[in-house]
Structure formats: structure tokens, C-alpha cells
Design a protein around this ligand. Structure first.
Ligand code: IPE
Ligand code: IPE
Ligand code: MG
Length: 253
């Protein structure tokens, strides 16, 4: 990580590899998920320390319901246990918690826990932590389209984006996937249109601050072109002034 280069404002993470981490250690898969919560607590700290304003994590997908009932039950229990335990620390650190996904499909006690945790952390100003739970990118696009249809609104990119479940934050700049798989798995299908991706072979429970910085360094070393040519991007950077010019000099070096 280069401290003087621009940090990603919004980092999203597919926290994958918990089950294999546990299996390799001859432990039940749920032990991997439990350890994954520990890494998530640290990741909030790493993000705060680096001035990252938004952290979005994939915790449970629309498709994860198809796992063995015991694992699903264990994940729900872990959630019910972990949120109240982490709340005081989050409040103290200025974390605003947001739960993103299809809440109607969750048990009433989980729905109330989500609402209460959001209300208790609503004053958090240092970082927004979006926890995607019972979330799928396809679900999100469909619910947004349905909202517009119900209101009789014209479907434009801006109107659809404003109805998506992450409309309260800018699109992610960097998406990290741990666990060795290189696929999207129905995460942020719309929002990651121009995100930089970083894949790590490390399982989420063993992901460290150094691994996080490696992802940020990779991000900082890339040129985001948004469909333009490299020359256009450099011209824009010069026009934007000295901060971006520094980045431009480095790119030419
Ligand atoms: C990610 O870890 C967490 C969830 C999907 C809930 P996995 O449980 O998918 O771990 P692996 O991929 O089986 O190792
Ligand atoms: C993606 O991981 C979902 C989460 C990390 C919550 P999966 O483990 O469910 O993804 P696949 O099944 O390997 O694509
Ligand atoms: Mg997995």
C-alpha cells in the first residue's frame, strides 16, 4: 500500500473460504465462520485506519440457503450472537451498520436485530459497514425494477441505481474475493460494473492486514479508464491538478 496514493473510497469483500479453512483443520465448518467474524472485526479496523469510508461485505447469499440445514442454522445463530456482541465496539469507533438484502425472507428476530443495530449505529460517521445478508445481485436488480414499475416511473440507469439496495453509498472501487475462487457469485452485479477486482488465495479467516494492503497496492497500481483511452485518462489527471499529477508521474515512470 502506498500512503500518498489515492485510497479506494469503497472496498467490498467476498469473504470466502471459511468452510475450507475449518475442514483443513479438522474442525466443523461453522468454526470457520466463527473465525471469519474475527477477521471481519479486524477488517473494519484496517479500513478505519486507512480512511476507507465504506466497507461492504458478502456474508450470506440468496443461494446459501441451499447449504445443509445445520450450516444455515449455525450461520443464523452466529449472526444473532455476533451482532449484539460487536455493537458497542462499532458505536465507539463511529461505524454505521447497514444490512443489505431481502429481509422479508429472514426470521422476525433477525429482522428486528437488523433494525435495532442500524438504529443504534445510525450516528456513526467514520465508516459505513454494509453487511450483505440474504443478498443477491439479481434480487437487487429485480426489486429495484419492481419498485420503479409500481411507481410507474420510467426506467433509466439513474432511476434504477437510486432504487438499488446500496443507493446510500457510491459504487465500490475495489472488490476483494478471498478463498481462491475467481467468480462473482451474484455479488454487486450492477454496482461493480467498474470496480477493480483483487483475488486472494488466502481463506477469509487467515486474511491479514498485509493481505489487505496487497489488494490496495494492486488497486493503486492500476489505471481506471472507464472506457477511455490511457492518453485521455492522463490528460484528465493533468487537468485535475497537482494531486492527480503525482499519480500521473508515477504511471509514466
Ligand atoms: C464463505 O465461506 C461464507 C459463506 C458463504 C457463508 P464458505 O462457507 O463458502 O467457505 P468455503 O468456500 O466452503 O471454503
Ligand atoms: C459467496 O461465496 C457468498 C459469500 C461469501 C457469502 P460462496 O461460497 O457461496 O460462492 P460459490 O458457491 O463458491 O460460488
Ligand atoms: Mg465458498
Amino acid at each position: 500500500m502506498h500512503p500518498t496514493l489515492a485510497m479506494p473510497g469503497h472496498v467490498a469483500i467476498v469473504m470466502d473460504g471459511n468452510g475450507r479453512w475449518a475442514t483443513r483443520r479438522l474442525m466443523p465448518r461453522i468454526a470457520g465462520h466463527r473465525q471469519g467474524v474475527e477477521t471481519l472485526r479486524k477488517a473494519v479496523r484496517w479500513s478505519l485506519d486507512r480512511g476507507i469510508g465504506v466497507l461492504t461485505v458478502f456474508a450470506f447469499s440468496s443461494e446459501n440457503w441451499n447449504r445443509p440445514a445445520e450450516e444455515v442454522k449455525g450461520l443464523m445463530a452466529l449472526l444473532m450472537h455476533a451482532i449484539p456482541r460487536e455493537l458497542p465496539g462499532f458505536i465507539e469507533q463511529g461505524v454505521a451498520l447497514r444490512f443489505v438484502g431481502d429481509r422479508a425472507g429472514l426470521a422476525p428476530e433477525i429482522q428486528s436485530l437488523f433494525s435495532s443495530a442500524e438504529a443504534q449505529t445510525a450516528a456513526g460517521r467514520r465508516i459505513t459497514l454494509n453487511v450483505c445478508f440474504n443478498y443477491g445481485g439479481r434480487w437487487d436488480i429485480v426489486q429495484a425494477a419492481r419498485t420503479l414499475a409500481e411507481r410507474g416511473e420510467t426506467i433509466t440507469e439513474a432511476a434504477l441505481a437510486a432504487s438499488l439496495s446500496l443507493a446510500h453509498v457510491p459504487d465500490p472501487d475495489l472488490v476483494i474475493r478471498t478463498g481462491g475462487e475467481q467468480r462473482v457469485s451474484n455479488f454487486l452485479l450492477w454496482q461493480a460494473a467498474y470496480a477493480e477486482w483483487f483475488f486472494s488465495d488466502k481463506a477469509w479467516p487467515s486474511f491479514t492486514a498485509d493481505d489487505f494492503d496487497l489488494a490496495i497496492s494492486a488497486f493503486q497500481g492500476r489505471e481506471r479508464r472507464f472506457g477511455l483511452t490511457s492518453q485521455q485518462v492522463r490528460e484528465q489527471a493533468h487537468a485535475a491538478g497537482p494531486v492527480l499529477e503525482g499519480l500521473d508521474d508515477r504511471c509514466q515512470a
